[in-house]
Design a protein around this ligand. Structure first.
Ligand SMILES: C[S@@+](CC[C@H](N)C(=O)[O-])C[C@H]1O[C@@H](n2cnc3c(N)ncnc32)[C@H](O)[C@@H]1O
Length: 251
């Protein structure tokens, strides 16, 4: 059973078991409080977090603390999506593409021009350009675009076959997720699907430092249904990664 990481009991038990993590946690708490005071909404706040993390280490900023892990996490996302229907001719939108941990494999696999990555962080998109150069992918002409919201107003109707968001809703309050569900359907073709991961709790929904958000599966499925999607919890993803995955299909 996945329990609340925000409860005091959990935090004290965790600190006793992991004393070396106390100081970094306090540093993160101080930095996040400073960013919160200086920003007006969640997206601006998280953009500031990404700016600070990317300056230190772009691969660490997307959650991989070694290059080996960065490669493995990209490969995991890619292999799963190919096993679950991604074809080279698909047009793909990746929300929160980061520095192309999985994106570099999608770009290589998809036909030229068929990959569209968006992210709220211009800093991580600069790092994404470095990834393109390192992997020799300039010829594939991927689109990489900074965004300030999840409305996709600059993208055409019914354009994408596949939408992918790994480890994005785990950093998003429910209003941001709902904004995404309310608008992403417009840019998806009928029958297109949208796979996203999230931090799952079976207890009370909660967040830690406004950076990590934990949701119940039924909350996200009900929200998606409200915006016209059919949702499937992807059981076969569970053993692969600590976050859970849901697939939405546009009827
Ligand atoms: C943990 S990283 C994962 C990046 C990438 N999906 C991967 O698996 O490597 C989360 C990314 O989502 C981006 N992000 C967070 N909230 C977002 C939002 N509301 N819209 C677009 N991107 C967002 C962050 O800037 C960051 O690059």
């Amino acid at each position: 059973m996945k329990r609340s990481r925000s409860s005091l009991v959990h935090q004290v038990t965790y600190a006793i078991k992991n004393p070396r993590k106390i100081l970094p946690h306090l540093r993160r708490l101080a930095r996040d409080t400073w960013f919160r005071l200086r920003t007006r909404d969640h997206v601006s706040y998280y953009r500031a977090v990404m700016r600070s993390d990317t300056a230190r280490d772009p691969e660490g900023a997307v959650g991989s603390h070694t290059h080996k892990r960065w490669l493995q996490l990209g490969r995991l996302q890619f292999d799963y999506l190919v096993e679950h229907g991604l074809k080279p001719e698909c047009r793909m939108l990746e929300i929160g593409c980061g520095n192309l941990r999985a994106g570099h494999l999608f770009i290589d696999y998809l036909h030229t021009g068929n990959y569209y990555g968006v992210d709220i962080s211009p800093d991580i998109l600069m790092a994404a350009q470095d990834t393109l150069v390192r992997h020799g992918l300039a010829e594939k002409l991927p689109y990489l675009t900074p965004v300030r919201d999840m409305r996709f107003a600059f993208l055409p109707d019914e354009h994408f076959d596949v939408v992918h968001a790994h480890s994005v809703f785990s950093h998003s309050p429910i209003e941001v997720i709902e904004e995404c569900f309310a608008h992403v359907g417009r840019v998806m073709k009928p029958g297109a699907w949208f796979d996203f991961t999230f931090d799952r709790t079976e207890g009370k929904e909660h967040q830690v430092l406004r950076e990590d958000f934990y949701y119940r599966t039924e909350t996200l499925i009900a929200l998606a249904a409200k915006h016209g999607f059919r949702a499937t919890f992807m059981d076969d993803w569970e053993p692969l990664h600590k976050q859970s995955k849901i697939r939405l299909v546009k009827p």
